[in-house]
Design a protein around this ligand. Structure first.
Ligand code: ATP
Ligand code: MG
Length: 443
């Protein structure tokens, strides 16, 4: 176990210290590294601690009963924490992954292969004898102090090796509100097009985590300034400036009012695109079809202006344009956009609040909005009017629904069956002369 004197100069989780203590007692070097050390030194909460050691993966498995391989690169998961053997990376033929990984005995080599100076700080012991200390060969602490994102070593080479680092640098700079150090930034500009080597799925997960961090517009702006946006989200890059600015303003308000709400963040960021374009973009980034459809549906529905002159039936008709479970998010999205345009239209927020209130009233009255809410269904039409299966049933139900949305008091079985019969007569007349369906007798 770590003694009191062996506590790091930042808050840690007791489990992480206990794990280190076990490694040390087993005769190995062991260090806390990476994003956990970075965030803890900044006084931010840490959710994942990464541990690095000279012990080989098989040996780690032996030291920690019940541990298992986390991935095929030999990272071991022990008591919920990731333990990785020191390594040096080799050639990166595809600008993305090292061709081979060689284990190392040296914490300095392990820190040298890391992407950013602020991610290359370690705290721990070389072995059972040595005292614990911070290891910071790239002066990551200096950069934490200066609030700078800087590549470890030659930035051009580091981005050339692995293009994912471009997105990581943007995400971490945006999340911490750090400046990108000028040499690192020029290397990012020079290598921006290399992002095409990163899988769409990986780009998607980086962008999603940028959007759910504080101040997400910073990330999109950094991508635009460095040229990364043109490769990753060309649809946004193509938007006229003021429309992109409006999306970003809405996105930041979403991050403040609904922190971590990913779907809302996506709908605000993509809110100025055509719904089909947004859907295509999200599918490309490997969001599920369902999620992509949902975001596109929110964008489409939020585009309808609410003039304040809508009758109650118009409110119900509007509510029927999205599945009822999406209504709360649709109203949130509308409210966010109204907030973002407050400077040009200071009545927008009040108008949207009124719409939300009127929607709530309809919900409280359980207003029927969908076919499922009708007092009769297709079977009733077949059995009572003797209609055959077919599209005519659907047309009659749609027609009845539109009547019920206009006047919810019509939604009773007797009334609807009577009206169905009238609707059918109407349809028959329309078809009269043509070889349409012959009206079956009413039973
Ligand atoms: P966060 O977990 O907050 O997203 P992180 O920096 O901890 O950020 P991880 O993906 O957890 O990111 O990676 C842990 C550490 O591994 C990083 O801090 C960095 O030292 C190193 N690392 C991760 N990805 C790369 C990479 N592509 N190139 C070089 N080093 C990397
Ligand atoms: Mg991490």
């Amino acid at each position: 176990m770590a003694t009191d004197a062996e506590r790091p100069p930042f808050p840690t989780h007791p489990d992480a210290l206990a794990l280190l203590g076990t490694l040390w007692a087993a005769g190995h070097g062991g260090y806390l590294v990476g994003g956990g050390v970075r965030d803890a030194l900044l006084g931010l909460p840490v959710s994942d601690w990464d541990i690095a050691t000279d012990a080989r993966p098989e040996r780690i498995l032996g030291i920690f009963p019940g541990s298992s391989y986390q991935n095929r690169f030999g990272t071991v998961l022990a008591r919920g924490l990731e333990i990785t053997t020191f390594r040096r990376d080799h050639r990166y033929a595809d600008h993305r992954r090292p061709d081979t990984v060689t284990f190392s005995q040296d914490i300095f080599e392990d820190l040298a292969r890391r992407d950013l100076t602020i991610n290359a700080i370690a705290w721990g012991r070389r072995g059972p004898e040595a005292g614990a200390h911070l290891v910071d060969p790239a002066d990551g602490q200096g950069d934490l102090e200066a609030r700078l994102v800087r590549a470890v070593g030659d930035p051009a080479r580091r981005f050339d090796e692995d293009a994912l680092r471009l997105l990581r640098a943007v995400r971490i700079a945006a999340k911490l509100d750090f400046t990108i150090e000028p040499m690192t930034r020029s290397a990012m500009v020079a290598h921006a097009a290399d992002v095409e080597w990163v899988s769409e799925e990986r780009i998607g997960s980086e962008i999603r985590s940028m959007l759910t961090a504080p101040g997400p517009s910073r990330a999109i702006r950094l991508m635009a300034e460095t040229g990364i946006l043109a490769t990753t989200l060309p649809e946004l890059e193509a938007l006229p400036g003021p429309r992109l600015q409006r999306s970003l303003a809405t996105l930041d308000i979403a991050a403040t009012m609904h922190p971590g709400a990913e779907r809302l963040a996506l709908a605000t960021l993509l809110g100025e695109l055509e719904p089909d374009t947004a859907r295509g973009l999200l599918l490309r980034l490997r969001l599920s079809v369902r999620e992509a459809e949902t975001v596109a549906a929110l964008i489409a529905a939020a585009a309808a202006p609410y003039p304040g002159t809508w009758a109650e039936a118009d409110i119900r008709r509007y509510m029927g344009t999205v599945p009822s479970e999406l209504l709360p998010e649709l109203l949130q999205l509308r409210a966010l956009r109204a907030e973002a345009v407050r400077a040009e239209d200071d009545e927008a927020p009040a108008r949207e609040a009124e719409l939300a209130e009127r929607v709530r009233q309809q919900q409280a009255a359980s207003a029927p909005l969908t076919l499922a809410a009708l007092a009769i269904d297709g079977r009733d039409l077949r059995e009572t009017l003797g209609l055959p299966e077919g599209p005519i049933i659907g047309s009659i139900l749609e027609r009845l629904l539109s009547d019920v949305i206009e006047d919810p008091s019509l939604n009773t079985r007797t009334t609807l069956l009577m009206r169905a019969s009238l609707v059918l007569d109407g349809l028959m007349q329309q078809h009269a002369g043509a070889a349409g369906p012959v009206r079956p007798p009413i039973r």
